[in-house]
Write a protein that binds this ligand. Structure first.
Ligand code: ATP
Length: 269
């Protein structure tokens, strides 16, 4: 069976507060996606066509997927995520028909954000001239015509993501398609402070460490790298807490401490 048919419709639980930095991008997306959904009447009154989609580009692990999910959540829109390579493999399950099914599904889940990750795989397939390039061409053409066919009636918004906009099929970026390019860069110092804060906002944090110090020693790190650091730190802290707990219990059992004295010892975390 085609993985595309199994692509799930969900409302993601990522919110703006989970994303550090990228304030300007958040604002831009609000206008592009949220306004047409929430103020459709105004758009019709001014004869404005809402944008059909955007393309996020930039280094891996800097928040492209996160951003697409957050915008769906903030608008109360449904979210369907598809990876570029899946779209091509869909050939085995019925090719263009699968792309059509996907858009049907998205339309019936409207308002809906349809997210295409690894969009560059499409372009590479088309340019390669390999054995399956005929199939890739048909799949891509179907995709383009589905994007063109998004009318103003249904609120369907397409977000594509790529690390390599330079090798993308120019057809995808034609006016009226994913014509807005949004760069999601490696986080600067201020953004790294925000990403640390976003990642640690639900954890107890040592008082002698500042977010600025953390940002200073992580120049060149992606958001995903910072998340990894925070998760490792949390794991270490949990391990320390468990070890301390076991030691306390051992001391109680050895008669060195009463249970009350053990409970009164300061927590290492
Ligand atoms: P890829 O190009 O590899 O698909 P991406 O840009 O889509 O990467 P995401 O999937 O959005 O990256 O980010 C990966 C993980 O890194 C997120 O789940 C999150 O934990 C963390 N992360 C990345 N950027 C940020 C950010 N700006 N704020 C908070 N967390 C972030």
């Amino acid at each position: 069976p085609s993985s595309l048919r199994e692509s799930k419709v969900e409302v993601p639980d990522v919110c703006w507060a989970d994303i550090g930095g990228l304030e300007e991008t958040k604002r831009e997306l609000q206008e592009m996606v949220r306004y047409p959904i929430e103020h459709r009447g105004l758009f019709e009154q001014f004869g404005m066509h809402a944008s059909r989609g955007v393309l996020f580009y930039g280094p891996p692990g800097c928040g492209k997927t996160l951003m697409a999910k957050a915008i769906a959540n903030e608008c109360g829109a449904n979210f369907i995520s598809v990876k570029g390579p899946e779209l091509l493999n869909a050939y085995f399950g019925g090719s263009e028909a699968n792309v059509r099914d996907l858009f049907d599904k998205a339309r019936s889940a409207s308002p809906c954000i349809l997210f295409f990750d690894e969009m560059d795989s499409l372009a590479r397939a088309r340019g390669s001239g390999g054995g399956s390039s005929d199939t890739s061409d048909r799949v891509i053409n179907q995709l383009l015509s589905e994007i063109d066919g998004i009318g103003s009636g249904k609120t369907l918004f397409i977000i594509g993501a790529t690390n390599r906009p330079d090798i993308l099929d120019p057809g995808i970026m034609r006016p009226g398609r994913l014509d807005q390019l949004i760069y999601i860069p490696l986080p600067d110092r201020e953004s790294r402070v925000s990403i640390f804060k976003a990642n640690l906002r639900k954890s107890p944090v040592a008082e002698d460490i500042t977010y600025e110090q953390l940002a200073d020693v992580t120049e060149g790190f992606s958001g995903a790298d910072i998340t990894e650091i925070c998760q490792r730190a949390a794991k270490n802290a949990i391990r320390d807490a468990i070890t301390a707990d076991i030691e306390r219990q051992n001391r109680v059992e050895a008669g060195e401490l009463t249970q009350e004295e053990a409970d009164a010892l300061p927590d290492p975390v």
